[in-house]
Design a protein around this ligand. Structure first.
Ligand SMILES: C[S@@+](CC[C@H](N)C(=O)[O-])C[C@H]1O[C@@H](n2cnc3c(N)ncnc32)[C@H](O)[C@@H]1O
Length: 299
């Protein structure tokens, strides 16, 4: 089936506003004509005779088994070392799907974390355990306007972008063109193009104002602290990430001039092997980075 832009879509849903205020979604069967209905681009709605019609894309599915595969469902068939998957057998997320050699996998809907795992890394990223602390400390939520310095591979910007939707935005500044291009690809791959934007220029030129959160993962974050203070809303947060404590000390010294409730943390996470003899998994990545948080108040 095709939508109005001629894009192939796997599912068409007729959405009807019922007089009792409830919404009734009817999934059109494959090949069934949407007849008099106006089909809009994915995710958009229109009113025709009290009906709203939407075309949804079921693009990606995650196959969980001995290995994990993120695949485009439009492929129909998918060949692996475990045999061939007939993707047309996937009717709903969560179901079992077996290869033609009988290997069992589960088909689940990919989350942003699954998508990010398959995104391309260029410079070193802020890991999930550290990114999660930003949300835990600040209360990061929908609608927040955020700025990110040093886009790198775009991972931190995308993690934040996923939490601020709907209504929120993340602008990430990346000065290297090849990194900026890769971030754009990662944003598109993760479906965050309406939330996260990249500016391929030096972050010192930023002009955004009234921000809820500014994150910095650049070598000389202390140079931008004053400008960040001016660009934040009262109550807004700054977070400086760096792998070395020397960088944090410089940032803290500068932050103390402007911000309140300054706090530096390191997050250590260990994975354990739980069995008859239970122990932490040896040789894990323990140190990744430090983060210093500060909050803007009007003194
Ligand atoms: C460690 S990476 C950031 C990784 C990123 N936080 C992530 O999770 O993918 C640091 C990036 O900052 C960029 N950078 C450094 N100084 C910058 C500046 N003044 N303006 C814009 N980008 C800058 C570098 O080119 C590099 O890509």
């Amino acid at each position: 089936m095709e939508n109005a832009r001629g894009v192939l879509v796997n599912k068409l849903i007729i959405r009807e506003d019922r007089p009792d205020g409830k919404i009734n979604d009817t999934l059109l069967a494959k090949g069934q004509s949407p007849a008099n209905f106006l089909i809009l681009k994915t995710g958009n709605f229109c009113n025709t005779k009290r009906r709203k019609i939407m075309a949804t894309k079921v693009e990606k599915v995650l196959l969980l088994g001995e290995k994990t595969f993120l695949i485009d469902k439009k492929q129909k068939k998918f060949h692996t070392e475990f045999g061939m998957f007939d993707l047309e057998k996937i009717k709903k997320y969560g179901q079992v799907i077996k290869t033609n050699t009988g290997k069992k996998f589960y088909a689940v809907e990919p989350t942003i974390i699954d998508l990010m795992k398959k995104s391309r890394r260029m410079p070193q990223i802020v890991t999930q355990k550290d990114a999660a602390q930003i949300a835990a400390v600040t209360g990061l939520t929908t609608g927040w306007k955020c700025l990110d310095f040093g886009g790198g591979s775009g991972f931190l910007a995308m993690f934040i972008g996923n939490l601020v939707k709907p209504g929120g935005t993340v602008i990430t500044y990346e000065k290297k063109p090849e990194y900026a291009k890769n971030i754009v690809k990662n944003i598109n791959f993760c479906g965050l193009q309406k939330i996260v934007a990249v500016k391929n220029t030096d972050a010192k030129k930023f002009t955004e104002k009234n921000l809820d959160l500014i994150t910095m993962d650049v070598i000389d974050a202390e140079k931008y602290v004053k400008k960040c203070f001016n660009a934040l809303k009262p109550g807004g947060w700054i977070c400086v990430y760096s792998p070395h404590i020397e960088q944090q000390k410089k940032a803290v010294k500068e932050m103390e001039k402007y911000f309140t409730h300054i706090r530096t943390i390191e997050t250590i996470q260990r994975n354990w092997q739980v069995s008859e003899y239970t122990h932490p998994i040896p040789s894990q990545l323990v140190h990744t980075g430090f983060m210093t948080f500060g909050r803007k108040v009007i003194k």
